[in-house]
Design a protein around this ligand. Structure first.
Ligand code: OOG
Ligand code: NI
Length: 447
């Protein structure tokens, strides 16, 4: 079909529509976008080499575009329908995150593009959490929450139809795709009208703020969007000047020469007016804005080292002290691309240079890439981390739940139950990075 459009096109349209909607809904998010754009511009002005690198990688135009968002749902069927919806946009569930260990009664996955070309086109991801009603201890409240959730449909009737249509035909025309994006957007829209009365809201809220957020509204409102910054420390420092209150700590690894994994921070969720059933007025605090800065994806060995050092560092009371402390602890994490590669701590994408192409015949499968890199035949570029970090995610959740750390360590991660709800297994992130590295090595004749 000539007028068929691709999953990548649909994801691109969808992420733009989400951004526009969220800027209208949460004006402070628009301010955050301005701040991020200002800082990115300043970084590029001071760093012509980085500027050139981004131009060469075709990344400049999309620099200030959102990289991820997050939603929370209440019922297994909702999660399963989201899986089908996101598949149409080329987004698939990767990794399982158990947040219950951090006192947050959800478990999660991230829907994201998985192949190299799709990631390069638009890496937009949605961190998606499913409420674990079984962690509500009060049986009566648990049943009540389940009954409330049972009554809602977070998808429009037309959205259901379009998902089914795409599953039958395998494609959308441009017109169908636009209609699909418009209908899908409704699922993530904010609703000022709660579905419950103030009493029910407060009962659920007292059990856990997150439970009230998931259960008491007719949709699964997008709770934040996250653009990419080139200097997260700078954005964090400037937030107050822009009238934005940052969360206390930047999550993730410290600033380094070679960035690893993911650093994130956010502004605190805003108090927003709501109307409960019976027209009683109140407020609800759930929605915020976040920024991220990504680095190289780590191998299981690198990740184990990261987890160990992060655990050793603990958390701090203020960001500056925390970052200095992290930097000290992370001195034992090698900070050059060469060492990360040689010690197999991180994943890289290999490419032949023109002189490498000219000597292709001299390259044998199994050759050590290092001498070839030194000879200028091969270049190795870090593979960017595309996933999330459970400790960081817990920190983001908690900063928006009033910093309360209600320990609720049931510890029993239920990956299997999550996958049953989802309707498929989640993909393994390490396998995806390893395959990307192997593909690139094979193209060079190194494998
Ligand atoms: C999700 C929090 C986690 C991240 O970037 O780690 C997250 C939520 O608050 O629903 O978005
Ligand atoms: Ni996030």
């Amino acid at each position: 079909m000539a007028n068929t459009i691709t999953a990548d096109d649909i994801r691109e349209q969808f992420s733009q529509a989400m951004s526009t909607m969220y800027q209208q809904e949460v004006p402070q998010y628009g301010t955050l976008l301005e701040l991020v754009a200002d800082v990115n511009l300043a970084v590029l002005e001071n760093n012509p080499r980085l500027h050139e690198k981004l131009v060469n990688a075709d990344e400049l135009a999309r620099l200030n575009v959102e990289r991820h968002g997050a939603i929370r749902v209440g019922r297994p069927e909702e999660l399963a329908t989201l899986r089908r919806m996101f598949a149409i946009m080329g987004m698939f569930p990767v990794s399982y995150y158990d947040l219950s260990q951090a006192g947050v009664p959800v478990h999660s996955t991230a829907f994201r593009p998985i192949d190299d070309a799709a990631l390069a086109r638009n890496p937009f991801r949605i961190f998606t959490s499913l409420l674990r009603l079984e962690l509500i201890e009060d049986a009566q409240l648990r049943d009540q929450a389940a009954a409330i959730l049972q009554r809602r449909d977070i998808f429009t009737p037309r959205c259901h139809e379009l998902i089914a249509l795409h599953e039958q035909t395998g494609a959308f025309t441009a017109v169908q795709a636009s209609e699909f994006v418009k209908e899908a957007l409704e699922t993530f829209r904010w609703h000022r009208h709660a579905t419950v009365d103030a009493l029910t809201y407060h009962a659920l809220h007292t059990e856990h703020r997150l439970i009230a957020d998931v259960v008491c509204f007719p949709g699964c409102h997008i709770n934040h969007l996250t653009p990419r910054t080139l200097d997260i420390d700078q954005v964090q420092a400037l937030m107050p000047k822009y009238g934005i209150e940052p969360k206390i700590l930047i999550e993730g690894p410290p600033r380094r020469d070679v960035p690893i994994l993911l650093r994130q921070t956010s502004f605190k969720a805003l108090d927003e007016p709501v109307l409960f059933a019976g027209e009683q007025e109140g407020t609800h605090t759930a929605r915020f804005g976040e920024i991220e800065q990504r680095g190289v994806a780590l191998t299981p060995k690198g990740r184990a080292l990261y987890d160990r050092l992060l655990n050793e560092a603990g958390t701090g009371k203020d960001n500056l002290t925390h970052q200095l402390h992290l930097q000290e602890i992370f001195q034992s994490f090698p900070d050059s691309e060469m060492l990360l590669r040689r010690q197999q701590l991180a994943y890289f994408r290999y490419r032949l240079t023109p002189s490498g192409e000219a000597h292709r015949k001299a390259i044998r499968p199994g050759d050590d890439p290092q001498p070839l890199i030194e000879r200028g035949w091969v270049v190795a570029q870090p593979i960017i981390y595309e996933d999330f970090l459970p400790v960081s995610a817990a920190g983001i959740f908690q900063s928006n739940l009033g910093n309360e750390t209600q320990q609720r360590s049931h510890g029993n991660a239920s990956k299997r139950r999550f996958e049953e709800a989802l309707g498929c297994e989640v993909l393994d992130e390490f396998t995806l990075y390893e395959q990307a590295e192997e593909r690139s090595k094979r193209r060079c004749g190194l494998l």
